[in-house]
Ligand binder design. Structure first.
Ligand code: ZN
Length: 312
């Protein structure tokens, strides 16, 4: 497979860029012509602190990329082994690994869980090396992770570790056992609601209406965290009556549907910018991402290549 390096742009992406006033008409036809036979695929790697974070934050766009043949990998930086009110340790880590593997199958992506204890992640040299190697081995064009402002220490340090890799992936003598990337990927943050020292500000917002059921199916198989409530759950969440169990599954799905609706509502202006005003008004579910200042800084034209979803 040819590597995707943004030297060509698809016709659809260029239309978006032209709509957004990024490109002259002459420039548009020149690049479209060059890209007409382009079959290169994107490679995306997403980091989350726990085996469920990537699925919540990027399950929709992951399914959309995968459906177009692009390669997506989710990495949980810890094994999630304290993430339950009733069970803990190795058996829980294995259970959670199996859950995200089932979710990955539904989304059509790869997944990996690192064997680091939940609640104990630190920005050590070893962990910086591990994240750097994973990004290089995946030959990533896009890297996603949380911002380093968050209530959970594992989320914060996952954010720090991904930021720490945002330049080092290009430095040949840092982790020389895995070849450095020639082109620095674009690093993107997931949304959160924390306002200090600065709130999340999306650069791109994507309708996930076409894949919302698939995303909800993927989240539904992460039973330990959502159906059973994870670390803050309780036996009260687990009815024995099959009808009530069905209702509980529906409650989980409805909760995540509402979460993605609130992202669409919160970032409606950004959806208008990317999807056009008419279409944006009808979008129900969305995911949104902010460009990290430390990786490559794509312009709007390149972002439209990285997110090839706006002309549909
Ligand atoms: Zn988490």
């Amino acid at each position: 497979m040819k590597r995707f390096r943004f030297r060509g742009l698809t016709a659809a992406c260029m239309q978006i860029a032209a709509m957004a006033g990024c490109l002259s008409a002459a420039g548009f036809s020149a690049v479209v012509g060059a890209a007409a036979t382009d079959d290169r695929k994107l490679r995306i790697i997403c980091f989350g602190a726990h085996p469920d974070d990537c699925e919540i934050q990027a399950g929709g766009v992951a399914a959309m990329w995968a459906a177009k043949g692009h390669k997506v990998k989710f990495v949980s930086v810890t094994n999630g082994d304290i993430g339950h009110w009733r069970e803990a340790g190795g058996p829980l880590a294995l259970r959670r690994k199996a859950e995200v593997e089932a979710a990955a199958k539904i989304l059509g992506i790869d997944t990996e869980v690192l064997d680091i204890h939940d609640g104990e992640l630190l920005p050590t040299f070893d962990n910086r090396h591990a994240i750097t190697r994973l990004i290089r081995q995946w030959q990533a064009d896009i890297v996603m992770g949380p911002r380093p402002n968050d209530y959970h220490p594992d989320h914060r340090y996952t954010g720090v570790l991904v930021q720490d890799a945002a330049y080092m992936v290009t430095v040949p003598f840092f982790c020389p056992d895995v070849p450095a990337l020639k082109n620095n990927p674009v690093f993107l943050y997931y949304p959160d609601s924390f306002r200090k020292p600065n709130p999340f500000q999306p650069d791109v917002a994507v309708s996930i209406d076409s894949v919302i059921e698939k995303k909800l199916d993927a989240l539904d198989v992460i039973v330990s965290q959502f159906y059973e409530g994870g670390a803050n759950g309780s036996a009260d969440l687990l009815p024995t009556d099959p009808e009530k169990q069905k209702l509980r599954h529906q409650q989980v799905r409805d909760g995540f549907a509402r979460r993605n609706q609130s992202i669409a509502d919160r970032f409606r202006v950004k959806l208008e910018e990317w999807h056009g005003k008419d279409r944006a008004g009808k979008i129900k579910y969305a995911e949104a991402f902010e460009i990290c200042e430390y990786g490559r800084r794509p312009d709007k034209v390149e972002l439209a290549v990285l997110f090839p979803f706006f002309a549909e």
